[in-house]
Design a protein around this ligand. Structure first.
Ligand code: FES
Length: 192
């Protein structure tokens, strides 16, 4: 008898708490989503930038960002074309050619393969030629076609991140990544 009364009271109290909890929870208003307001406010106050950004310029005209993005893409494409090098390791053995390269300061002429760099060929001879990165990223190894002719007529770089077109036209090259395409004379340790 006592047990039945206790269980009934317990159930009643529990039910009361549940009802009160639900009543309290349902009275709370849902949080307001202010994300849209924040974006619109920011778009109206932040200065315009040169790069596409969410909502930048979207109020009062949205064409600007798209136009800028198109321009940036074009610049990248130009840069990629300039950076195209070649892979000397991809030259098949049957296609390797050899050229007579005169190292003027060293007083010798040696045969250099088209898949070998001007620097490596000279170092193999035991000459103390200058270099650092060996990746076409500095100008430590630079040399110059002896008569100052356009270096592009005699070599091609597997990588060149240091010399501009004008410097190459004046005969300069990065010997660490320069591979011969013709015979010529070179002045090593010559910097633009
Ligand atoms: S050693 Fe750095 S570019 Fe040749």
């Amino acid at each position: 008898m006592v047990t039945t009364l206790g269980v009934t009271l317990g159930l009643g109290v529990t039910l009361l708490f549940v009802v009160l909890h639900l009543a309290k929870g349902s009275s709370k208003p849902p949080a307001e989503d202010i994300a849209q307001d924040v974006l619109e406010h920011r778009a109206s106050t932040v200065p315009e930038t040169d790069f596409p950004e969410p909502y930048n310029r979207s109020i009062g005209g949205g064409g600007g960002a798209g136009a800028v993005a198109g321009g940036a893409e074009s610049e990248l494409e130009d840069g990629e074309e300039e950076d195209d090098g070649f892979d000397p390791d991809a030259i098949a053995d049957d296609d390797v050619e050899y050229y007579e390269i005169e190292y003027v300061k060293e007083g010798e002429t040696i045969e250099v393969a088209s898949n070998e760099s001007i620097l490596d060929a000279g170092v193999d001879e035991g000459w103390d030629l200058p270099y650092a990165c060996q990746q076409g990223q500095c100008v430590s190894c630079s040399g110059r076609v002896a008569d100052g002719e356009d270096a592009a007529e005699y070599i091609r770089h597997s990588n060149n991140e240091s010399l501009g077109d004008a410097e190459i036209e004046e005969g300069y090259m990065l010997t660490c990544t320069a591979h011969p395409t013709a015979s010529f004379s070179i002045e090593t340790d010559e910097t633009p």
